[in-house]
Design a protein around this ligand. Structure first.
Ligand code: CA
Ligand code: CA
Length: 209
C-alpha cells in the first residue's frame, strides 16, 4: 500500500513542480530580475515593478515617479524613449513584380527610407535616404513619453524612394512596443514580403524633478 502512495506523491510533484520544489524568489534563482510580491522573478522592470536586477525586492513607483531602467530604482520625474530605426535587410528583388523585379531601372539597390508615426507625435518622423539592401540609419527618430509608447502602437512605413515614379512601398506595419522591448533597448520586426528584418533602437531619457 505504501508504494502506490509514494508514486502518487512523486507524480503530483512532477505535475505541480512548484508545489514541491522551492517557490521562494531569492537572489539565487532571480539573478537577472527583482522579486515581485507573489514571489515571481520579474525580468522586465516597469513602473509597477521596479527594483535591483539581483533578486532584490520589486516596488511599485509612486504617482509622479517612474522606474529608471539603468538605476533599477524609482525616480521622481518623466521617462521618454527615443525611437530610431537602425538597420534593415531588404530582398534583392521585388517579389510582387514578376515582369520587372529590379527595384530601380538601372539595377541599383533601393533608396530606403523609414517613416514613423509615433504615439502622440504631431508629425511623422523620416530617416535619411540610404541606397542599400542593408541600409543603416542614424537620423529621423521620434521621442515619446515611455508610458504612451506602451499604450499605443507605432506606425512604421518603409519604402524605396523613386524620383520619376511613385515610390516602391515595401510595407506598413503597426507595432506595439512592449515592456521587454524597453528593457532590451531595441526591437526587431519583419515586414512580409520584402523586409526580412527591421531593427529599431529604443534609448531612454529621464528628466528628474
Ligand atoms: Ca524603385
Ligand atoms: Ca529608387
Amino acid at each position: 500500500m505504501r508504494r502506490p502512495a509514494s508514486l502518487l506523491l512523486a507524480l503530483t510533484c512532477a505535475l505541480l513542480l512548484s508545489a514541491c520544489g522551492p517557490s521562494e524568489c531569492t537572489p539565487d534563482n532571480c539573478r537577472d530580475g527583482c522579486c515581485g510580491a507573489d514571489d515571481t522573478c520579474i525580468r522586465s522592470l516597469g513602473d509597477d515593478a521596479c527594483g535591483p536586477r539581483t533578486g532584490g525586492t520589486c516596488e511599485g513607483c509612486a504617482e509622479g515617479s517612474v522606474c529608471h531602467l539603468q538605476k533599477q530604482t524609482c525616480i521622481v520625474g518623466v521617462m521618454r524613449t527615443r525611437v530610431q530605426p537602425l538597420a534593415a535587410s531588404i530582398l534583392d528583388f521585388d517579389p510582387l513584380d514578376e515582369e520587372d523585379p529590379e527595384w530601380d531601372p538601372d539595377g541599383s539597390p533601393p533608396d530606403v527610407v523609414v517613416e514613423m508615426r509615433c504615439p502622440s507625435a504631431s508629425e511623422r518622423s523620416r530617416t535619411e535616404t540610404v541606397q542599400s539592401l542593408e541600409p543603416r540609419w542614424s537620423a529621423g527618430s521620434c521621442q515619446v513619453v515611455s508610458s504612451n509608447l506602451l499604450k499605443n502602437p507605432i506606425e512604421l512605413s518603409i519604402f524605396d524612394v523613386d524620383d520619376f515614379s511613385f515610390d516602391d512601398e515595401f510595407g506598413t506595419v503597426y507595432y506595439q512596443v512592449t515592456r521587454a522591448d524597453l528593457n532590451r533597448g531595441w526591437f526587431e520586426i519583419d515586414i512580409p514580403e520584402v523586409v526580412t528584418a527591421l531593427r529599431v533602437g529604443l534609448t531612454h531619457i529621464y528628466s528628474e524633478h
